[in-house]
Design a protein around this ligand. Structure first.
Ligand code: F6P
Length: 324
């Protein structure tokens, strides 16, 4: 079936995530397969407002599927948050003959995509963020690579922590969401996991747990702290003073966003990117791609942004139960 539109654009926005390149490649090749032309927009919405636009061919995305980061670069734009900025962006897209746009990013990027859809540009969002914090989807591109990178780093900290019989507070990314922390808590066998969604800021409880587990023969005490809680260094100082157990803080930081994407992120990037190109070929707009109950789905952007997601209670209980 011939595509309803001739030319589409693709951009990445917000924090980069491993697997974004797989998604860009899938948008480009999926669209070309259906007879559309594709333009790459560099540096997200900021680049769009500066007219940073170039043609992409099937060859432009060769050798990118295994690379971390985003070949289109990414940025945050204050100007695009204003109605004037959004109108200017829609005008620039039209001047460049771009009738459809795929935005790969997180919730903030989708809000902008929704605005462009209202201004007549067929727009589709693809969830790309290491945080796993997009409510309409069970998976976001980048999470698997990031959580594996964090897990491997925490294993290393754990080795030295055990040798010195120390307590280690390891801070992982996730903005206001605790998914990376929770998964690492289980995968690394942490003694405590602090999640923004459930932490009660009762440090005495942590202190008591360290003392109790020492008595039970634990050689180290790993606390995974989510970025949304933060303050790992001062927490470490207070815990050391209260328990007498040497305590160190490690903030993993941006290393969690880099590196070659795992198989899961390459496959999800490819499937979600291709799905977005299919939606545009069918003439759809104002949709976000998601993954639910084993299949790829799409939702209205406004409805998707209103959805809520909560951290799985049972996983939190299991993390605690296994830490004894
Ligand atoms: O959303 C991805 C993320 O890495 C968050 O986990 C983190 O809070 C934020 O981006 C960091 O942003 P920046 O790279 O701008 O410091």
């Amino acid at each position: 079936m011939a595509s309803k539109i001739k030319t589409i654009g693709v951009l990445t926005s917000g924090g980069d995530a491993p697997g974004m390149n797989a998604a860009i490649r899938a948008v480009v090749r999926g669209a070309i397969s259906q007879g559309m032309n594709v333009k790459g927009i560099y540096q997200g919405y900021k680049g769009l407002l500066n007219g940073e636009i170039a043609d992409l061919t099937a060859r432009s995305v060769s050798d990118t599927i295994s690379k971390g980061g985003t070949m289109l670069y990414t940025a945050r734009s204050m100007e695009f948050r204003t109605p004037e900025g959004q109108q200017k962006a829609a005008d620039i897209l039209r001047e460049n003959g771009i009738e459809g746009l795929v935005v790969i990013g997180g919730d903030g990027s989708f809000a902008g995509a929704g605005r462009l859809a209202k201004l007549g540009i067929n727009t589709i969002g693809v969830p790309g963020t290491i945080d796993l914090d997009i409510a309409c989807t069970e998976y976001t591109i980048g999470f698997d690579t990031a959580v594996n990178t964090a897990m491997e780093a925490i294993d290393k900290v754990r080795d030295t922590s055990t040798s010195h019989e120390r307590c280690s507070i390891i801070e992982v990314m996730g903005r206001n969401a605790g998914y990376i922390a929770l998964w690492c808590g289980i995968a690394n066998g942490a003694e405590d996991v602090l999640l923004p969604e459930s932490y009660d800021y009762d440090e005495q409880k942590l202190i008591n747990n360290i003392i109790e587990l020492r008595k039970r023969g634990k050689k180290h005490h790993i606390i995974i702290n989510a970025e949304g809680i933060g303050h790992s260094s001062s927490m470490a100082r207070r815990i050391e003073a209260a328990t007498g157990v040497e305590t160190r803080a490690t903030i993993l930081g941006h290393m969690q966003r880099g590196g070659s994407p795992t198989c899961r992120d390459r496959v999800f990037g490819s499937m979600m990117g291709a799905y977005a190109a299919d939606l545009l070929a069918e003439g759809k707009s104002d949709r976000v791609v998601g993954y639910r109950d084993g299949t790829w789905v799409d939702y209205d952007i406004t409805e998707a942004l209103e959805m809520q997601k909560s951290i799985p209670d049972y996983m939190v209980r299991v993390a605690k139960a296994l830490s004894i």
